[in-house]
Design a protein around this ligand. Structure first.
Ligand code: PDD
Length: 290
């Protein structure tokens, strides 16, 4: 099923969608994005995604050219055109600096480009959820916060791509990155969690990572179902001492991790706390997207 694409309000199929090569998103990677999912025709945690889009844009001196309601209508019009019914649907919103001459001058681009891509979503295989994933701890470090701050959900994903490519070469499903101080940060496309002494822990934002929407949601959900959940500075040693691990994202939800490089986590199968969290997360999705 081809994607439906909305470029600055103009909807077409993926073969006809066009964007200028003079767009600074293409020329310089200057842009921000969000990835969202629908369940049962409803967009999951839309408000949180829109807020983060505005925060990301702000940090590169860009503003989202639409009010929340207008943006929502534009997403909905694109979804309507795709007519995917109840099929879980992937939505990617890209906001770039816009078209302009070859200069970094902010004044060069008069208006940002807003692209929305909609297509049916494919979740990770059932096998990954039941057997667990392999994560590679890679040599690429997460961007320094005073470089492209990892809090910005940037269209410029070169660092993440290099990290994942290193992981692929080791047969891994995800790549975990440290920061310049050697602290654990996050994976190439997801946030990382450990379980120790029955408590869920995830690297704190100060280590330099994206404030994942799923991560934030799970930091609230853990305590709701009686599992202490917190943010902390974590190191490679913490992986060795952990009973369970998992990674999270909008598109992958919660994926249990059973091995990091050669180190087997716990019993080498998805652990009980991870499974409880996965079940509770599913229930929340069903409740919020009825
Ligand atoms: N990526 N960290 C990174 C570097 C990511 O790229 C993502 C998500 C996450 C998880 O964030 P969230 O829970 O808000 O999806 C963490 C999306 C799915 C993507 O690249 O399409």
């Amino acid at each position: 099923m081809p994607a439906v694409v909305n470029v600055n309000g103009q909807i077409s199929n993926e073969d006809e969608a066009r964007i200028s090569v003079f767009d600074h998103g293409f020329l310089y990677g200057e842009g921000v994005y969000e990835t969202l999912l629908t369940y049962n025709k409803k967009i999951f945690l839309l408000d949180r995604h829109i807020k983060r889009l505005r925060r990301s844009a702000d940090q590169i001196n860009l503003s989202v050219p639409l009010a929340d309601q207008e943006l929502e209508s534009r997403i909905q019009a694109t979804l309507d055109e795709a007519a995917l019914g109840d099929t879980p649907t992937y939505i990617r919103i890209l906001l770039t600096r816009g078209i302009g001459p070859l200069t970094y001058d902010l004044k060069a681009c008069l208006s940002p480009s807003l692209v929305i891509i909609v297509r049916p979503h494919t979740f990770p295989s059932e096998k990954l959820a039941t057997k667990g994933a392999l994560v590679a701890l890679v040599s690429i470090i997460r961007n320094h916060p005073r470089s492209v701050n990892p809090l910005i959900k940037s269209n410029n994903l070169m660092n993440n791509a290099l990290a994942m490519q290193e992981g692929y070469s080791k047969g891994a499903n995800e790549s975990l990155m440290c920061n310049y101080r050697g602290e654990l940060t996050e994976c190439s496309q997801s946030n990382f969690f450990l379980v120790k002494d029955g408590q869920i822990r995830t690297p704190e934002l100060g280590s330099g990572l994206l404030a994942g929407i799923t991560r934030g949601f799970l930091l609230e959900l853990g305590p709701e179902i009686g599992i202490p959940t917190s943010e902390a500075v974590l190191h490679q040693d913490d992986i060795l001492k952990s009973e369970e691990a998992f990674f999270t994202s909008t598109t992958k939800e919660i994926v249990p991790v059973v091995r990091v490089d050669d180190h087997v986590i716990g019993e080498g199968v998805p652990g009980p706390i991870t499974k409880r969290l996965m079940a509770a997360f599913r229930e929340k999705i069903e409740h919020l997207c009825r």
